[in-house]
Every structure is written in structure tokens, then in C-alpha cells.
Design a binder for this molecule. Structure first.
Ligand code: FES
Length: 249
């Protein structure tokens, strides 16, 4: 598989798109051996000891416990300082929804005249323009920066979102919608069926009555305005490896 998809390699960063990520160092410090094996009691104990606000502490403590169970304790001693803003939660969400317009400086530089897809909130340069009714991957492919040099899941010249078929067949291109979901077209029958097939529809993040679920196939989802997405770093991709192996045989 291509990509850095092992949780042990991403223990500190796989959740960096969450507001509560800023409390991760405090949560790590609060992970102590406990007498209980009960997962929920453990989560509550860590959350309470961390001093983080409860509404974020429980979620982050859950991530810590699951990471511990899957990867062992090595990540607890890895130094890590998240890069965060001073936004309050509501400001954070508002910024997610409104910061996707070009700044004055960007407009002066002629950088941006259209709506945009922000694909990494940690990096102000991580966006590409999108036109109304374009599929997200169609817009992404017009961004010719060498993403393949940093991310082995990406093909040269195909943008920052890993794709393998662009026809809803492979499931490679799934993304999480962080902001601007109202700008996406409702999910159509084909995308819905493919999401069911890949198991994304049963992920717990999706209400089957929801026309605009938080997980979308970027090659099928059309967008009519700006949106913020997360390209899941843990999404290993095997398409290219498989084809390379087949052509070598
Ligand atoms: S690229 Fe294959 S499903 Fe989107």
C-alpha cells in the first residue's frame, strides 16, 4: 500500500483537524497506568486529569486510549507541540466557514478570483480554486504543484487528493467535509451506493437520511462554493502498487 497510513506513524497528527487537538499534549500527559481495564472509565479518568474542557477532553481521551490499544505506549513520550490558533470554538468554526475567500493580499497578487477548497487547515497555501458544479477532484487536478513528491499516494499532475479511477469505482478519493458542506451538491444515488459498497455509509459519521454526509467521494461530489476538507492521512492506497506489480509480472 502507498501512503503513511499506520496509526503508529500518525499518532500525534492524525486528528490535527479537530479543535480539541490543541489539548493533545495535556491528554498525553494524563495517560497514566490505571487499575481499571474498563475503556470508558479510563477515558473519563484521563479526560478529568488532563484539565482540558470536558467537551473536548472526552473525545481526545478516547483517541488516546484507542491509540494506546492499537500502537502501544511509544507515542506518549514523543515530544509534540500542536500548531494552533487562539480561536474560541465558535470562532474556529466561523473561520472555517468564512476564511475561504481570498484575502486582500491574495487578490492583489492575482492569486485567487474564485471559490476555493482548503485541503489542509494547517497550511495557508493548501487550497485550490473550484468552479461551480465542478467535482472536487476535477478542480484538484488543475493544481499542478508536485504533491506526488510529498505524498506517494498522489499521481504526478493529478492534484493533492489521491485518486485511482475518478469514476466511483475504487473508493480512494474519500474526503471529510470540515466546512462549507452546504456548498456541496446533495449526494446522488450512484455516490450513495458506492459509499455503501465501500463501507463509508456505515461509518457512524453518516446519517443515511442526510443528503450532505460528512464523508464524500471527491470524484463524485460537486461543489458550488468554497469548502474545507480533510484528506485522510491514514487512507492507504494500493492502486498504483497493484498496477506496477501487475505490469512487472
Ligand atoms: S477516484 Fe476512485 S472512487 Fe473516486
Amino acid at each position: 500500500m502507498n501512503g503513511k497510513y499506520l496509526l503508529s506513524d500518525l499518532a500525534d497528527t492524525s486528528h490535527n483537524f479537530l479543535y480539541g487537538h490543541r489539548y493533545w499534549p495535556a491528554i498525553k500527559k494524563a495517560v497514566i497506568p490505571t487499575a481499571t481495564n474498563d475503556r470508558y472509565e479510563r477515558i473519563e479518568a484521563i479526560a478529568s486529569k488532563s484539565g482540558a474542557p470536558e467537551e473536548f477532553a472526552l473525545a481526545m481521551a478516547s483517541i488516546a486510549v484507542m491509540t494506546l490499544e492499537q500502537c502501544g505506549p511509544a507515542f506518549l513520550t514523543t515530544p509534540y507541540v500542536p500548531s494552533v490558533t487562539n480561536d474560541k470554538p465558535n470562532d474556529f468554526l466561523k473561520r472555517r466557514a468564512t476564511s475561504l475567500k481570498p484575502t486582500l493580499m491574495e487578490r492583489l497578487k492575482g492569486k485567487q478570483t474564485t471559490e476555493r477548497i482548503q485541503f489542509d487547515e494547517q497550511d495557508p497555501e493548501a487550497w485550490f480554486p473550484i468552479l461551480a458544479t465542478q467535482e472536487i477532484t476535477t478542480a484538484a487536478e488543475l493544481d499542478k504543484r508536485p504533491f506526488h513528491e510529498e505524498d506517494p499516494r498522489c499521481y504526478e499532475g493529478m492534484g493533492p487528493i489521491p485518486v485511482d479511477c475518478r469514476s466511483g469505482s475504487c473508493g480512494t478519493c474519500w474526503v471529510g467535509i470540515l466546512g462549507g458542506n452546504e456548498n456541496l451538491d446533495p449526494v446522488e444515488e450512484f455516490e450513495r451506493k458506492r459509499m455503501e459498497y465501500f463501507g463509508y455509509w456505515d461509518s457512524g459519521f453518516i446519517n443515511e437520511l442526510d443528503d450532505r454526509p460528512l464523508i464524500r467521494l471527491a470524484c463524485q461530489a460537486k461543489c458550488n462554493g468554497s469548502a474545507a476538507i480533510v484528506i485522510p492521512p491514514w487512507n492507504g492506497v494500493f492502486g498504483r502498487s497493484r498496477r506496477e506489480r501487475e505490469s512487472a509480472d
